[in-house]
Write a new protein. Structure first.
Lengths: 106, 120
């Protein structure tokens, strides 16, 4: 099974900050990586696929990069609505999610 | 607007059975592969099972294979998950999801989830 490891587990930031979350795969997954945003009590929301392609309607302050085993999600200027938990997911071989990164207000 | 609405969750004893349903609207249901994903505080998000649009192909995680069965009724725009031989560690919120691809497991649209508790 492919393991996905996110860092950090928790990230404290302020509105307007640029934030980056890292996701590492235990083996190469090419660019078969997605990012999701989840708010408390809600279902995950599909943000990015193929490592760097934004889902329609997702604000352009979100961006993704990487390939192989190392990936990043960047929010260029944090907005109040962005405080949430973010998950990476590989879909190169079946599906595995990272453990999540909670983005909280500093 | 594409929507998914799960139902059927609840409290069940270990070894028991439960069937979850997911009603879809706002898209051509039979054209899309669908999946179940569950979430627990301890293990996080875990893919459970998937089924192709035509129902000709299914796949399941090792943790549920042989106990859970995914199916669909395209005439009713409904996805199902039959869960047998339930264990305490099957306790989770279960989401149905519309796949983004035909043959890869990325999940575009999610339902609101239904909670399953397995406890004596």
């Amino acid at each position: 099974d492919i393991q996905m490891t996110q860092s950090p587990s928790t990230l404290s930031a302020s509105v307007g900050d640029r934030v980056t979350i890292t996701c590492r795969a235990s083996q190469s997954i090419s660019s078969w990586l997605a990012w999701y945003q989840q708010k408390p009590g809600k279902a995950p929301k599909f943000l990015i696929y193929k490592a760097s392609t934004l889902v329609s309607g997702v604000p352009s302050r979100f961006s993704g990069s990487g390939s192989g085993t190392e990936f990043t999600l960047t929010i260029s200027s944090l907005q109040p609505d962005d405080f949430a938990t973010y998950y990476c997911q590989q879909y190169h071989s079946y599906s595995t999610f990272g453990q999540g990164t909670k983005l909280e207000s500093k | 607007e594409m929507r998914l609405l799960e139902s059927g969750g609840g409290l069940v004893q270990p070894g028991g059975s439960l069937r979850l349903s997911c009603a879809a609207s706002g898209f051509t249901f039979g054209s899309w592969a669908m999946s179940w994903v569950r979430q627990t505080p301890g293990k996080g998000l875990e893919w459970v099972s998937s089924i192709s649009g035509s129902a000709g192909s299914t796949s399941s995680a090792d943790s549920v294979r042989g106990r859970f069965t995914v199916s669909r009724d395209n005439s009713r725009n409904t996805l199902y998950l039959q869960m047998n031989s339930l264990r305490v560690d099957d306790t989770a919120v279960y989401y149905c999801a519309k796949n983004f691809y035909d043959n890869r497991l990325a999940f575009h649209i999610w339902g609101q989830g239904t909670k399953v508790t397995v406890s004596s």
